[in-house]
Design a protein. Sequence first.
Length: 755
Amino acid sequence: MPLLLNRLLLGLWAFVGCCLPGLAAASPPAERPVTALVLSGGGARGFAHVGVLKALEEARVPVDMVVGTSMGAIIGGLYASGMSPAELEREILAVDWNALFSARVPRPTLSQRQKEEDFNFSAVLQLGFRDGQFVLPSGAVSSRSLELLLRRYTLHTRDLADFDELPIPFRAVATDMVSGEAVLLRQGDLAAALRASMSVPGVFAPLEWEGRLLGDGGLVNNLPVDVARQMGADRIIAVNIGTPLANRDSLDSVIGITLQMINILTEQNVQRATALLTHDDLLLQPQLGNLTSASFDQAEELVRLGLRYGESVAASLERFALPADDYQAWQAQRRLRHAALLDSLPQSLAFVQIEGAPPQQAQRLQRRLDVQPGTPLAADAVESDIKRLLALDETRRIDYRLQREPASGQEGLIYTLSDNPAGLHQFRIGLDLRTDFQGLGDFNLRLSHTRRDLTTLGAQLRSRLELGATVSAGTEWFQPLGHDRQWFSSLYAEHELRKIEWFDSDGDPFALFRRRTSRIGLDLGWHLGRTNHAGDLRIGVLGARRQSLPDYVNDTAGFSLTPIHWTEAAMRLAWVADQLDRAHFPTSGYRYTLDLQQGHYRVLAQKTDFVRWNLTAQQVYSHGPHTWNAYMRLASSSAVAAGAVDEYALGGFHNLSGYRLGQLAGNRLALLRLGYYQRLPYQPGLVRSLFAGGSLEAGTAWTDGALAPPGSAQRRWRLGSSLYIGADTGIGPLYLGIVHAPRGYTGLYFVLGRP
């Protein structure tokens, strides 16, 4: 029935369009003045535009054309394309804006290789390398999800010659980032036009548009009154929701100064624009309090404030209003045009293709798509396909479009892959820092480099370097096997120098030594799951050369330690399944790992067999703002060389809090931890999320046999706990807390990086 109704409406529209061609868009009668709606930019504050639109609807004010900048372009463009204020409100309240602006696709859909890097490496800075130079990220926030959202909302406008053919004629304003000129967007891809107009410098990357590099229109024309005049408006309703200039107290940081600089530029051009308004026009400036351009989590409140302000100026809107019957006729004409555009969408897809990739890669990727020829057009399914392809880490950006075959007139779907602007090289720089504020702590600088697509199957060479308390270097050749890439091989080598302390049962250190380990291995692996992101299973061989070199042994310990050299060889089975929604402060999901080795070590001519295993399990649950994070680790080695009696160690924040790093160690280990945290309603500076939480922990580690150092810990469970403020920042997770252990110590602890 809905399809039949749409087709009847389409036929009626065709009849009206033939008889009255001037009504192709919602144009006003000759006897009525042309009213233009001009919407300014302002980031999240632009949600107030939706409330103003609801107030205009209540006041029966017809809008004959819309001009917008930045967020004003997005709200205005969607309204002009046919969405009602109520639909706009429903959609923006349904969007998870924090997730929308996430720099990566949802973590559970990433390949396990990407998850491991995400889990183990908190990058302060990421760089690409292309055409002989390093490439910085062009924006601090990913626009990928926003682009898909705009594409979903505007797909029905794909065949329009220009934006005058929308239900309401529309213009968007952007800035040419090369010349500094204002660019008027009046035709082409509506979704791209809206995205270009909201390319806030330093936040979103500029957008390529017909050979020009476009940035946020607010830099040159945040309230485009002049554009409305050029379109023929007789009177203008201009809505300015720009962020007011900050006071001096807010200008104490680089971020504060940068935001003020942008606000000064926009405020100056807004003042020039308001000077163009006449007594026939109306300037609306909703009072939005302390809500800022970044208050995306306050969408509902912003819409409410916009509506309340619009209702408060109802008397000023009366001169723009129509009689009830005339207004209903205007709305009917607008809805009819919108229905006709929606009905033009294909019921099923004649073909599905992938562009921007070599034929062999395109065929392989197409086999992973759920959307196939003959299936209905569904935005959810298309976006799911895009996320699945992005998770393969073969491209950084994927868009889609509908395309019509000239001969048959049938439409199909084209996925378009874009080159990674960072090139084939990726560099990551990270920091790890921890201290107990009592003179003990460590610092590590971490560097990594990945070279992609070394073979037609997408081989990668990943190298890493760590400097600080631990010095290590390693490299891995990762080779996908087969065109479906479900199987892979991994050849790796690494070298590590680590300082180790041994402690007696009272927690006092009695020995300090250096351990060197050189390791090489080869794995054959299998990606689990239909889309290869459920986890990894590996089987392989490894060999190692290790040595322990004592620097200090307490004479009163009654224990002597001489340099020890030994070699190891083993078969290895490793499994990991990671579906945590975030690497840091997850709110849902699980992560399980198992590493099993069977082999032998050799000291001089003596050979000793061993079986080692290390099992971890993590499960995260949330209810509302409350999150519980349960973790368990069990580890065992049946035999160890004399220089490695600390094979597994406990101590440090969240690893038996209240004990020093490595204070409890041995060839057997058990750890249980129950954590709780709650997200706080604050987002200062570069902090993405702020949390308050705590943990309860119980663990033990001990050494079997005569190799145990005198006075070392026996098989006895210890307790630890913590209370902390945590932050997910642009440079990794950060914790500042109090730790306590009944048999350990109580004090402050600070961690930057993974505990």
